[in-house]
Design a protein around this ligand. Sequence first.
Ligand SMILES: Cc1cc2nc3c(=O)[nH]c(=O)nc-3n(C[C@H](O)[C@H](O)[C@H](O)COP(=O)(O)OP(=O)(O)OC[C@H]3O[C@@H](n4cnc5c(N)ncnc54)[C@H](O)[C@@H]3O)c2cc1C
Ligand SMILES: NC(=O)c1ccc[n+]([C@@H]2O[C@H](COP(=O)([O-])OP(=O)(O)OC[C@H]3O[C@@H](n4cnc5c(N)ncnc54)[C@H](O)[C@@H]3O)[C@@H](O)[C@H]2O)c1
Length: 474
Amino acid sequence: MANEADVFDVIVIGAGPVGENVAKRAVRGGLTAAVVEERLAGGECAYYACIPSKALLRPMGLAAEVSRVPGLELRGPIDAPAVLARRDETVSHLDDGGQVSWIENVPATFVRGRGRLAGPLRVEVTAPDGGVRPLRARHAVVIATGSDPWIPDTPGLREARPWTNREATSVQQVPKRLAVIGGGAVACEMSQALHSLGAQETIMFVRGDRLLARTEPFAGELVAKSFRDSGIDVRFGRSCVRVERPVPGGPVTVHTDDGSVIEADEILVGTGRRAAVGDIGLDTIGLPAVGPIEVDASMRATGVSDGWLYAVGDVNGRNLLTHMGKYQGRICGDVIAARAQGRPDNLRATRDIADDRGAPQVVFTDPQVCAVGRTEARARADGFAVRAVEYDIGAVSGAYLQAEGYTGRAKLVVDEDRRVLLGVTFVGPAVVDLLHSATVAVIGEVTLDRLWHAVPSFPTVSEIWLHLLEEYGL
Ligand SMILES: Cc1cc2nc3c(=O)[nH]c(=O)nc-3n(C[C@H](O)[C@H](O)[C@H](O)COP(=O)(O)OP(=O)(O)OC[C@H]3O[C@@H](n4cnc5c(N)ncnc54)[C@H](O)[C@@H]3O)c2cc1C
Ligand SMILES: NC(=O)c1ccc[n+]([C@@H]2O[C@H](COP(=O)([O-])OP(=O)(O)OC[C@H]3O[C@@H](n4cnc5c(N)ncnc54)[C@H](O)[C@@H]3O)[C@@H](O)[C@H]2O)c1
């Protein structure tokens, strides 16, 4: 006879940053919750993505800053073993005890094992020892299983056991020769981090004609220039057609479509991700086992009768960013609690309005790339009456004082009908903390005439706002 199911108000499958936040908000709303995790509580973000990648990038960024300040000099190259040791600390040496305690203090029940839907409001958890524990939800099941790296079907690539974000962020021995496929955030951040830590010969194969193709064109251009200046070989319009690694652990040979052949110690793929929906039982409730899982603005999966299934974070494909997933998680937990208790569930705070407007994102390269909202091209394609203005950040006094030869650029995309901002991009050193001002302006739909009165301090880089507004004509 099957075990009797443990019953919770909400069951969350996946204890990444997003799943954890759903549980926190649902419990805060008065419900009970269980959180199921098959690997490490904290998710990809905490151990193989955001946190370790930024720990690996920070010394590179700081060293670049120092090199631009006359009177300062680094005593030697970056001490890679010390950086890797610090990285290990930031990922808690891959021990998720702290995260499990956080979940238990919510308080929610932590269940270690692989979760799988087993029909409406039912989840089966296969524990590491193979035992199966049935769970039942009174109100909702939330899929927060994240995403997996996607590896192209290039002949020989999978067999060559390429690095994905997991191997790159947990690197122990930095390869001297590194081949990288892709030109998105993972490829850019990890190429620059590993190059700074000893991957002297780093070659990036970029299928298209620019890096960071979803941002304003000048962003990719400035990053590519910086990469080339530092010795990274960026090859645009190049695809890998065949990869060989005849000896496991030995060198890898990469053939490209222009007939070139290069040899490297490792090959890293940064070619995007796929929603993690494999074998989570979507078939048991009549949904196709392909992702991303489509959701409405309250994170409720579409096409599920009685509306008990929700999906948040990378798995719903809206924006593959931790902060946006956590935002969705807060909405989801609040909505589930409201619906369970018969409270109004349609408040403004319980609907996702931010994802469609263009999520804020920082790419932590040198220069940093910060953007929120729509690019000019996106805004025009969406039918807005657009006017865009740009300004050289290096011409701002605060930037001039930051660094010798400061190079950076900023852009506003304005909706001329309403005189509000549709998008803002800053590219340059030390611009990361400017982004939230732009997010407030874009999401808050602050008019330019009002923004004019938000006077930035002298002499800071934030005076870029004043120059952009003057460039616009204020
Ligand atoms: C190299 C890299 C750097 C990044 N840097 C940034 C950054 O700086 N800033 C940023 O905002 N975003 C960044 N991202 C994106 C960010 O990592 C993701 O958007 C974020 O991790 C999504 O969170 P999540 O909770 O949806 O999924 P995840 O973090 O992937 O967590 C999902 C969890 O679900 C578990 N799981 C999956 N299936 C099951 C199952 N069947 N049963 C039980 N558990 C299961 C997994 O083990 C995992 O722990 C980066 C991504 C990469 C690859
Ligand atoms: N700092 C950050 O916020 C940060 C950092 C890293 C990753 N992320 C997020 O993680 C997600 C995944 O990042 P990513 O860089 O893997 O994906 P991405 O979608 O940003 O970039 C994928 C890149 O791979 C290329 N590509 C795709 N298929 C290819 C093929 N067959 N051959 C050659 N090139 C191919 C694309 O042209 C693109 O350059 C992104 O959504 C990103 O926002 C965020």
